[in-house]
Design a protein around this ligand. Structure first.
Ligand code: FMN
Length: 194
């Protein structure tokens, strides 16, 4: 049976990575069928609403690193395990791979600017961001909806991403904070009706 048109099988690995990483503005005005398929795949994935997190750790040189991540998810309750994935192209990949501890900071609805900052080319992502020191000296972002402090359990290859499995050592939750939501390429808040 023919697979539906928008399946990942339509994409060649190299082309899919290139199309996913290229900013929209650089895309050829008349994309190839494979690029269209890749965009359709990305758009379909965007139909899955997620929260927004910032993963933080210390690089081997002691500098704080952080990146906006929506691929966070729960894995196991006993033992307490979570996962997330980071693009192989990220300059911060090695720092996270070598980190013994990292933290998942679940952003609150009023922290959209922090999400943008940690997804931007800004070299000083932590400027003006209040942090406290967590396990392994990992910086924890202040006033988040929740945080999960993890030890690094394992890494797995995942195509053009690396999948990180973390064991939760400590967590906290701010029950009063509404979470920030990401859906169809846009930020949303619960009950915004859009
Ligand atoms: C809402 C949102 C969610 C994101 N989720 C992920 C993700 O799960 N994995 C990933 O590799 N990049 C994700 N990104 C992209 C990175 O945050 C972005 O590429 C960032 O610039 C990467 O930083 P670096 O590669 O310079 O470390 C996301 C971006 C946004 C805005």
């Amino acid at each position: 049976m023919r697979p539906p048109l928008d399946t990942p099988e339509d994409m060649l690995p190299g082309e899919s990575v290139a199309a996913l990483l290229r900013p929209e503005s650089m895309l050829d005005p008349s994309p190839t069928p494979r690029e269209m398929s890749c965009r359709a795949f990305r758009d379909a994935l965007g139909g899955f609403a997620t929260g927004v997190t910032v993963l933080t750790a210390l690089a081997p040189d002691g500098q704080p690193v952080g990146v906006t991540i929506s691929s966070f998810n729960s894995v196991s309750l006993q033992p307490p395990l979570i996962l997330w994935s980071l693009a192989c192209s990220s300059p911060r990949l090695e720092a996270f791979r070598r980190a013994r501890h990292y933290a998942v900071n679940v952003l609150a609805a009023d922290q959209e600017w922090i999400s943008d900052r940690f997804a931007s080319p800004d070299p000083d992502r932590f400027a003006g961001v209040r942090t406290i020191v967590g396990i392994g000296d990992v910086p924890l972002l202040d006033a988040c909806a929740a945080s999960f402090e993890c030890s690094s359990e394992a890494h797995y290859p995942g195509g053009d991403h690396v999948i990180f499995l973390g064991r939760v050592r400590r967590f906290s939750r701010n029950e009063l904070a509404e979470p920030l939501i990401f859906h169809a390429g846009r930020y949303r808040v619960l009950g915004d009706g859009s």
